[in-house]
Design a protein around this ligand. Structure first.
Ligand code: NDP
Length: 341
């Protein structure tokens, strides 16, 4: 029951999709958890590039829509069918939640299957920093392209929130990691995260030639075994050249715009594979979400994954607009957080 909770809360809402000024932090009704749902009292919420797609229109949003797809805090209320026996947490427990929107608010609804109880000593700040990007990095290096010892792996935008985690995990799984970044400053950050080589990309720069130099090999046997690309439009064509025979292109985001359509025949000359995964489909079941979250939290607690926070923002109209200006500005490195309470 939501008894005792405030009936109104602050939330970053859009009533239409469009430019940054569609975001307004306003008072809305505090939602009540339906069957199978949980209400989280949010302490920190994580900013992701996907928030810009829901605000701007690349992805569809059911309006009015409260932005934000991940939060961490405490369980404020549970819906029917959610018990400590069935889900492993109760009202008052500290949790992280992967939501279908609604996280940039004082209270957020989540499906109970997408809520993980935090281990002792694991802060809600770290949880909001790592949940979405960490689960993405972990599931993608295991399932989209299985990274194995001895492989060359290329991570586009390696100093980004997701990029830094992909670099660390690809290293951990034994690969030689090549990152790309737009500036020297970011290259340093990617190297510190463990990238063996960092190449500056952009206008007039020969990324492919440098990758061939690093990987060695001849003809269709030079290049990397896997590319993880969240940049999309601007790098998609290059990715085909970066890969060696039987390599995998994991096209996973639209930071520069969605990747264009292409003909399957283009895969033939090197027997390439292309996949376009979405985190949600790898953590679809409760078991998948729980086991990957548990593994992720352990990696953080063991120090195997270092977290980098670019900055914290307030749950105000100005603060929320600034998150989207900053994440699309290419000036950030690591995670952007919203401090709610
Ligand atoms: P980042 O922190 O990585 O920010 C995006 C980065 O992309 C920038 O810092 C910039 O790095 C690079 N970039 C290249 N071209 C552009 C451009 N034209 N405009 C803006 N940025 C550009 O964001 P996230 O870590 O949140 O997300 C990274 C990508 O991963 C996104 O595409 C996101 O959608 C995707 N993603 C996909 C998921 C999935 O389930 N498929 C889940 C999570 C994230 P630089 O300056 O070095 O070029």
């Amino acid at each position: 029951s939501t008894q005792g909770l405030p009936t109104k809360m602050r939330a970053a809402q859009i009533q239409e999709q469009g430019a940054i000024d569609v975001i307004q932090v306003r008072d809305v009704d505090t939602p009540a958890p339906a069957k199978g749902q949980v209400l989280v009292k949010v302490e920190y919420a994580g900013v992701n590039f996907i928030d810009t797609y829901f605000r701007g229109g690349i992805y569809k949003a059911h309006l009015p829509y409260v932005l934000g797809t991940e939060s961490a805090g405490t369980v404020a209320a549970v819906g029917e069918g959610v018990t400590e026996q069935s889900h492993g947490f109760k009202v008052g427990d500290r949790v992280a939640a992967y939501t279908a929107g609604g996280s940039f608010a004082e209270y957020a609804i989540a499906q109970a299957d997408k809520v993980a109880k935090l281990p002792d000593g694991f802060s809600t700040r770290d949880a909001a920093t790592v949940l979405t990007q960490g689960l993405t990095a972990l599931t993608f290096v295991k399932e989209a392209h299985e990274v194995k010892p001895g492989q060359f792996i290329l991570v586009q935008a390696a100093a980004g929130g997701l990029g830094l985690l992909l670099v660390q995990l690809a290293k951990r799984f034994g690969a030689t990691v090549i990152g790309t970044t737009s500036t020297e400053e970011k290259a340093d950050i990617a190297r510190k995260a463990g990238a063996d080589h960092v190449i500056l990309y952009g206008e007039g720069r020969d990324v492919v030639g440098q990758v061939y130099g690093i990987t060695g090999g001849e003809g269709i046997d030079r290049g990397v075994h896997g590319v993880f690309d969240g940049v999309g439009k601007d790098t998609f064509d290059m990715d085909f050249d970066l890969l060696r025979r039987k390599g995998t292109l994991v096209t996973l985001g639209n930071a520069s715009g969605p990747a264009p359509a292409f003909a399957p025949l283009r895969l033939g000359p090197k027997n390439l594979k292309v996949c376009r995964p979405i985190l949600n489909q790898y953590v679809h079941t409760r078991d998948e979400f729980q086991s990957y979250s548990t593994e992720l939290f352990k990696l953080v607690q063991e120090g195997a994954l270092k977290l980098a926070v670019h900055g914290e923002y307030e749950l105000t109209t100005e603060g929320m607009r600034q998150t989207q200006i900053d994440i699309t500005s290419r000036k950030t490195s690591g995670k952007l957080l919203v401090k709610v309470a």
